[in-house]
Design a protein around this ligand. Structure first.
Ligand code: FE2
Length: 194
């Protein structure tokens, strides 16, 4: 494992052990570490940067044994995009290579989705957060035509096996989903059913 990645995982392991932090304090601290991690694009192993011609990839870089956090290399092929989805835990996204566009959504009282603010484009070195308390529903896409983009995602749980939702853009109807990880193909500690 590269020194930078190991240093980041050590810092987050220490962060999640600190008692009494608010979620916002955790996000602020984690964002600082993420900013340092994506400041330079020289540490991501090639195997964790591999795109797929059809699907965006979620390569698990590290899964905390106590499920307090997980770290994912999110690899976008050209034209790839997520459905509208939520996370249910806090998350910090750092852009490493290329660019991605994020459209935030919220749900009205009647359950319908509405865009909640302008679309944002993340460029290398920039960091964004999601969490149920600050806005947790969005749709994300590769913002660079004809190229691969990569962002690094840190989540406050084992995101690959958390039961969360995707939403129908028209009706706002939620459908349960579990994302899994692209590089964890057999059942193990990190891929097991919740
Ligand atoms: Fe997301």
């Amino acid at each position: 494992m590269s020194g930078k990645l190991l240093q980041f995982i050590g810092a987050i392991s220490r962060l999640v052990e600190r008692p009494g932090l608010t979620q916002q304090e955790t996000l602020d601290q984690a964002s600082g570490h993420m900013r340092a991690l994506v400041a330079e694009d020289d540490w991501l192993p090639k195997s964790m940067a591999r795109p797929d011609p059809q699907y965006y990839q979620q390569h698990l870089l590290y899964g905390d044994p106590l499920d307090r956090f997980s770290l994912v290399s999110f690899v976008w092929g050209p034209g790839q995009a997520t459905p509208v989805h939520d996370h249910t835990v806090w998350g910090v996204i750092g852009m490493l290579r290329g660019a991605e566009q994020e459209i935030p959504y919220s749900r009205d009282a009647d359950g319908r989705l509405r865009q909640d603010g302008p679309a944002r484009v993340l460029t290398p070195g920039s960091v964004a957060c999601v969490a149920p308390s600050i806005g947790d529903i969005h749709a994300v896409s590769n913002a660079v035509e004809g190229q691969v983009s990569i962002s690094i995602h840190l989540y406050g749980g084992n995101i690959g096996r958390i039961r969360r939702s995707v939403y129908d853009r028209e009706t706002g109807q939620a459908k349960p989903f579990i994302s899994g990880y692209s590089n964890v193909l057999c059942p193990n500690l990190w891929a097991r059913e919740a």
